[in-house]
Design a protein around this ligand. Structure first.
Ligand SMILES: *Cc1c(COP(=O)(O)O)cnc(C)c1O
Length: 335
């Protein structure tokens, strides 16, 4: 997969060179997060029906801001011209993209406005404000916030940073997969939670260049299946967006990432929101790990589709840990 136009977005698809450049650019600014095995998780996966499976958790919940997105945000902002940074940026997000962007904006001295849906996860809203971003609460969903940000940016002269159709974001978040392949070169399959698709797209870029044997499998909530349905249909579709897991609550497919997924993704699995809660609980009890709903999606997919993972060494991206208190209580209650 090289430097060529994708038919879906007209944007240049990043290649492994962009990922290596990103890694150098953000080196020392992001955590080289652990890739850890847990006997309890393996036992649960095997009991669920994945005989002989073994899991490796990539702990992006321990990344700065509690999610992988800061990798892409730092890569994007550090790559902008000084003049562009001075004009400021506008982003829209349910929280973790916002935190990543706000973190990178603070690091680079960039003025930053974030549009979040009204009624955001309070943990995420507080963190974004604490990082110094201007927060605008607008619209009921991610998709409403997006529309507002798309109007706000041109009105203020700021640059709009989209959630997924940004080659620099995809290349930046792909550094997590680059690390993981060094930490666990023997993976057969890598499971990545999907909202806009930057994480899974990045994983596909790295796998295509460095690990041709590795199956990258995307996971989404059946309550917000736009990326899944876009991939299966081979065109960008919009879908109801009702998942409780705001990190993957997206109602449309994005062209750049869908173009990458179309070329390289091995499969796309759906899980229910209850599967997410059960996986959050297992992270808490079996791995002493706090995962938000989206962050637990990859583990949820192993437990919900165990036959696909029998006998395989499975990379499980724990993409974020910014669970609200209500979410943790619900997770602990999940049977
Ligand atoms: C944003 C996010 C995702 C989805 O990532 P995309 O790159 O938008 O597909 C998954 N998990 C968490 C915790 C996130 O913050």
């Amino acid at each position: 997969m090289g430097d060529r136009l994708t038919t879906l977005s007209g944007m240049r698809t990043p290649g492994i060179h962009d990922v290596l450049t990103a890694q150098r650019r953000i080196d020392g600014l992001v955590v080289r997060t652990p890739a850890t095995t847990y006997a309890e998780l393996d036992r649960h996966a095997q009991d669920a029906g994945a005989a002989g499976a073994s899991l490796v958790v990539k702990h992006e919940n321990l990344q700065h801001t509690g999610a992988f997105k800061v990798r892409g945000a730092l890569n994007l902002l550090l790559g902008l011209e000084e003049a562009a940074r001075r004009r400021g940026i506008v982003a829209y997000s349910t929280g973790n993209h916002a935190q990543g962007i706000a973190y990178a904006a603070r690091h680079t001295g960039t003025r930053c406005t974030i549009v979040m849906p009204t009624d955001p996860n309070p943990v995420k809203e507080r963190a974004v404000r604490a990082l110094g971003a201007d927060v605008v609460l607008h619209g009921a969903t991610f998709d409403d916030a997006r529309t507002h940000a798309e109007q706000l940016a041109p009105a203020t002269g700021a640059r709009l940073v989209a959630a997924a159709d940004e080659p620099a974001l995809v290349a930046g978040v792909a550094t997590a997969t680059l690390e993981l392949l060094q930490q666990a070169p023997d993976l057969d399959v890598l499971l990545v939670p999907v909202g806009g698709g930057s994480g899974a797209g990045g994983a596909c870029l790295v796998a295509a260049a460095l690990a041709p044997h590795l199956d990258v499998v995307a996971v989404q909530s059946a309550a917000s299946p736009a990326a899944h349905d876009s991939w299966r249909a081979g065109e960008l579709v919009t879908r109801p967006n009702r998942t409780r897991a705001e990190g993957i609550a997206v109602g449309c497919g994005f062209g750049l990432t869908q173009g990458i997924l179309r070329e390289r993704l091995a499969d796309f699995l759906l899980v229910t929101d209850d599967d997410l809660a059960r996986a959050q609980r297992l992270y808490l009890t079996g791995a002493r790990t706090v995962a938000e709903g989206a962050g637990a999606a990859a583990l949820a997919a192993v437990l919900a589709h165990p036959d696909r993972f029998a006998g395989r060494r499975v990379g499980v991206v724990c993409s974020g840990g910014n669970a609200s208190e209500a979410e943790l209580v619900r997770g602990l209650g999940a049977a």
